[in-house]
Ligand binder design. Structure first.
Ligand SMILES: NC(=O)c1ccc[n+]([C@@H]2O[C@H](COP(=O)([O-])OP(=O)(O)OC[C@H]3O[C@@H](n4cnc5c(N)ncnc54)[C@H](O)[C@@H]3O)[C@@H](O)[C@H]2O)c1
Ligand SMILES: O=C(O)[C@H](O)CO
Length: 321
């Protein structure tokens, strides 16, 4: 008898097809909408494998409804929506998508960096709203990226890829990370800095750590106050790493040049959110890894592990924290 696999979104048919040989598949039929929680809890009851996105909470409550569950596949590298300890206690494996999205996400971070520094979305709105009357010297003046100091918090796969992109911009790189990266210091001249130093010295601060209890509101009022008055803050990791109330208050007070956010505490962000009233906030709908090639690579990486499990082979890419 085939194992049961529950897929919480509608994924492209050609991606799911190779799984048919190993699983009886139940798939949510909406591409844009999250599977309702009650439906998820009911459907997971007889599942051995579960394929989720970052909006599905895989927690104690779900696991209590899933007595046969053995494998959770997460269509993301970040896995803060999954209670890994609770999975481990029950002997359930989890697999995610590290590596395949590194460059695509680093590109987006750089896009946010240029967009905020050079006021690109503001300039586009200005043109489309018919405000462009002439060229004048102080029109939409921005902040230089070339030659500036960037501070990267979380020098993992994506953080390093962002750092390497700065070389062409002659930027000075400070980084903060769980462990020193001596090889990068030697090869590229990147410099380790304690968080406080990094915040005080950087023109651009980029957050690229995972989200967990250690990084929850890592950047709050105190940290924002340490930053340069005209610094830019970029977050493409997870929204909860920044205290959004403190961020709004800081921006309202006139501090910081701009902020670029691909992620928010609540996603989708409410259209009434105060941050969206500020012209120097560039906000994107969590599209860091959204290139066609990368999304296919993420889906296929999950498929590979689901096929391995379906065949009774080893799941090699395991979240082992
Ligand atoms: N916006 C998007 O679409 C998007 C896409 C991909 C990844 N992400 C997010 O980016 C995160 C990073 O991805 P990755 O592949 O680079 O992960 P990674 O594990 O390779 O890197 C994370 C780095 O953060 C460091 N770190 C952890 N806690 C820290 C702390 N308190 N202070 C300083 N450094 C700390 C780790 O040492 C590690 O080097 C993911 O967890 C995910 O949340 C977002
Ligand atoms: O963690 C991730 O992988 C992103 O948030 C989605 O690609």
């Amino acid at each position: 008898m085939k194992k049961k696999l529950l897929i919480t979104r509608k994924f492209p048919a050609h991606i799911v097809e190779p799984l048919q040989a190993y699983y009886d598949i139940e798939q949510w039929d909406e591409e844009e909408l999250v599977m309702p929680r009650e439906k998820l809890l009911a459907s997971v009851a007889d599942c051995e494998a579960l394929w989720v996105t970052l909006e599905d909470q895989v927690d104690e409550e779900l696991l209590e409804h899933a007595p046969h569950l053995k494998l959770v596949a997460q269509l993301a590298v970040g896995f803060n929506n999954i209670d890994i300890k609770a999975l481990r206690k029950r002997g359930i494996m989890a697999t995610n998508t590290p590596g395949v999205l590194t460059h695509t996400t680093a590109d987006l971070v750089f896009g946010l960096l240029l967009a905020t520094a050079r006021r690109i979305p503001e300039g586009e709105r200005y043109l489309r709203e018919g405000k462009w009357k002439s060229w004048y010297p102080m029109q939409l003046v921005g902040k230089d990226v070339a030659g500036a100091t960037i501070g990267i918090i979380g020098m993992g796969r994506i953080g390093q890829a962002v750092a390497r992109r700065t070389i062409g911009f002659d930027m000075k790189v400070l980084y903060n990370n769980r462990r020193r990266r001596y090889e990068d210091e030697e090869m590229y001249g990147f410099r380790y800095a304690p968080l406080e130093d990094l915040l005080k010295k950087s023109d651009f601060v980029v957050i690229m750590t995972p989200y967990n209890s250690d990084t929850d509101k890592l950047i709050g009022a105190e940290e924002l106050a340490m930053m340069k008055d005209d610094a830019v803050l970029i977050n493409a990791s997870r929204g909860g790493i920044i205290d959004e109330v403190a961020l709004y208050e800081t921006l309202k007070s006139g501090k910081l040049w701009a902020v670029g956010l691909d992620v928010f505490e609540q996603e989708p962000i409410s259209m009434d959110h105060p941050l969206l009233t500020l012209p120097n906030v560039v906000a994107l709908p969590h599209i860091g890894s959204a290139s066609l090639k990368t999304r296919e690579a993420m889906l296929n990486l999950n498929v590979r592990e689901l096929v391995a499990y379906g065949k009774g082979a080893a799941v090699t890419n395991r979240i082992d924290y």
